[in-house]
Design a binder for this molecule. Sequence first.
Ligand code: G
Ligand code: G
Ligand code: MN
Ligand code: NA
Length: 254
Amino acid sequence: MELEMSLRQALERDEFFLEFQPIINVGGDCLVGAEALVRWQHPAQGRVMPGTFIPLAESSGLIIPLGEWVLRKACEKMKEWRDAGLPPVKLSVNISGRQFEQRNFTALVDEVLKETGVDARALQFELTETSLMKDAGATVSALYKLKELDLRIVVDDFGTGYSSLAYLKNFPIDHIKIDRSFVMDICDDPDDRSIVEAIVAMANKLNLDVVAEGVETREQRDLLLDLGCHEMQGFLFHRPLPEEKFVELLRDVR
Ligand code: G
Ligand code: G
Ligand code: MN
Ligand code: NA
């Protein structure tokens, strides 16, 4: 309860900030973009991680203004980086089901894109399988509305939700992100290896891009490459970085 109270004040007090975890095309050895991850600098408790406050923000409804803050901040950063002459990169933003369900969500996104002048094609929305499947009928039309803006849709935590694969055909999805739980044991567990292999093969057939998250070791990296997954994110490459560090990386992109 106390945390919820201070979460309410945190937006006004400007206590949130973003970190950026690079996403790498390992085959091509280049930076393709980053995932924006929100953090909360609590005045007394120090840094609070989203695993703690996002569920609270969702249950209290605060995720609506917080999600809007994240989206706006992410687009403002893309604009700043572009204005500074840095190379263009894709930025992924996590969108909670509660945000996505809002009737005016597409209008908000359109407004933020116009305000910041960001190219929608450089923006990716990560939606979890679970939030996409909550109301599949409503999801299809909401996704098509969003897609009219020309941004990219990524299914986050792919493979962990209780869902039918038919949605991959019916929803306008561009990209799937293989959940960390499959990557974790990929080298030791033949089942996980088979699952990842099947996901990559299916993604290729359906013309979807695929990214693996939670890559921590060289062995995982090599095996993923063998299985045809080239895009990766994980501690092996970079942890989520403060903006200054991410900008340093961007400067090094030729
Ligand atoms: O950054 P970290 O790995 O601790 O993130 C934990 C969880 O919080 C992840 O599942 C991530 O998707 C979620 N998360 C991080 N930033 C955001 C955000 O801006 N919005 C939403 N809805 N979830 C986020
Ligand atoms: O659910 P989502 O995919 O949005 O989660 C992103 C979260 O995954 C962030 O909290 C980030 O810190 C975490 N993460 C990113 N790379 C790794 C990794 O290699 N290992 C582990 N354990 N967590 C990671
Ligand atoms: Mn994510
Ligand atoms: Na994920």
